[in-house]
Design a protein around this ligand. Structure first.
Ligand code: NAP
Ligand code: ZN
Length: 354
């Protein structure tokens, strides 16, 4: 086994603390990664605090991982020692079912293995995520990073926030001639704005935070709407081809459904712990509108997104923190006070764990 340092929570309402963990000895198809940076996703908070239920403790979150390959197993062909790589929300899947063969491992018929909160495919052990010094991942779930090394911290959030917005934007054809809304300007939403803009769509950002209006324009939004202002909302009535809703809390969906055109779609990626108020069936049936959902993205499309971002110079806007600052970062994220993703500098981990 390989010893690794990590930060974990032991229950829903206790703070993070250092934890020594073990990573498996690399199998022939494994890549050993020294973690350099890890993004902080709202899903980490939902899980650490067991807001969705089902959290296995101790819990080491983190699924926006970037680092350097420190060793590879004998049959690994895509990576070598020294390469910069990423790991997102999944570390394993059956690789045999139809979704896996189509490169949609997130929909694996046998269930994918989450980077944290497992269970691992063969052993059933709890998996531990990126708030740690080292991770061992099978080659198929490791992504190549082609950004300059100096940009690495801003690449980390692409591994979840990037792919979770890229996949639905591509699936629902966001691009030239399309009017696209992005609801909630947090970690996911700010990437949604950047990616929809880079794909050529007309982008409208919706925020509940008036102090984010100028930022949202700087991120690439052509227009910004404060969604709590009904007059501002009304201007866009019946005009959207597609709306991507990233909000992490229950809220009324009808004011956004009213903004869709005939045949328009609103896709939910935020997963609030409590249900949204039921949407109006009338609003859906009258103009054949769709309300949909989307889950992260497959490995091939994650690589496609990373390469697109490298080519277009797209990074997440980040606030770097030390590992020891994670509890305060969660509290700020819960208050929608992040610009626009916390990223942990893993160099801060070692002294704390001594
Ligand atoms: P985040 O950084 O906290 O951003 C969420 C944003 O939602 C906030 O910044 C805020 O934006 C808005 N918001 C928060 N509370 C609100 C409320 N009560 N009413 C209206 N708007 C509110 O979170 P994130 O990391 O982007 O994650 C967002 C959600 O997506 C979480 O539920 C997370 O678990 C989920 N997620 C899903 C997937 C998937 O595959 N489907 C993947 C990753 C994450 P404004 O200040 O602009 O209003
Ligand atoms: Zn995430």
């Amino acid at each position: 086994m390989l010893d690794a340092d990590a930060y974990a929570v032991r229950s829903p309402d206790t703070p993070f603390e250092p934890l020594s963990i073990e990573r498996r000895d690399p199998r022939s198809n494994d890549v050993v990664i020294s973690i350099l940076f890890c993004g902080v996703c709202h899903s980490d908070l939902h899980t650490a605090r067991s807001e969705w239920g089902g959290t296995r403790y101790p819990c080491v979150p983190g699924h926006e991982i970037v680092g350097r390959v420190s060793a590879v197993g004998g049959s690994v062909t895509k990576f070598k020692e020294g390469d910069l790589v990423g790991v997102g929300c999944m570390v394993d899947s059956c690789q045999r079912c139809e979704p896996c063969r189509e490169g949609l491992e997130q929909f694996c018929d046998n269930g994918f293995t989450g980077t944290y909160n497992g269970p691992a495919q063969e052993t059933g052990d709890n998996t531990y995520g990126g708030y740690s010094s080292t991770i061992v991942v099978r080659e198929e779930f490791v992504l190549a990073i082609r950004h300059p090394e100096a940009d690495l911290a801003g690449v980390a959030p692409l591994l979840c926030a990037g792919i979770t917005t890229w996949s639905p934007l591509r699936h629902w054809n966001a691009g030239p001639g399309k009017k696209v809304g992005v609801v909630g300007i947090g970690g996911l939403g700010h990437m949604g704005v950047k990616l929809a803009r880079a794909l050529g769509a007309h982008v409208v950002a919706f925020t509940t935070s008036p102090n984010k209006v100028e930022d949202a324009k700087a991120l690439g939004a052509h227009e910004v709407v404060v969604s709590r202002n009904p007059d501002e909302m009304k201007i866009h009535s019946g005009s959207f081809d597609f709306i991507l809703n990233t909000v992490a809390a229950p809220h009324e969906l009808d004011p956004f459904l009213a903004l869709l055109k005939r045949d328009g779609t609103m896709t939910l990626v935020g997963v609030p712990p409590e249900p949204h108020p039921s949407p109006s069936v009338g609003l859906l049936v009258m103009k054949r509108k769709s309300l949909a959902g989307s889950l992260i993205g497959g490995i091939p499309e994650t690589q496609e997104m990373l390469d697109f971002c490298a080519e277009h110079g797209i990074l997440s806007d980040i606030e770097m923190i030390r590992m020891q600052e994670i509890d305060g970062a969660y509290d700020r994220m819960a208050r929608s006070d992040v610009k626009y993703r916390f990223v942990i500098d893993m160099a801060s981990l070692a002294p704390a764990a001594e």
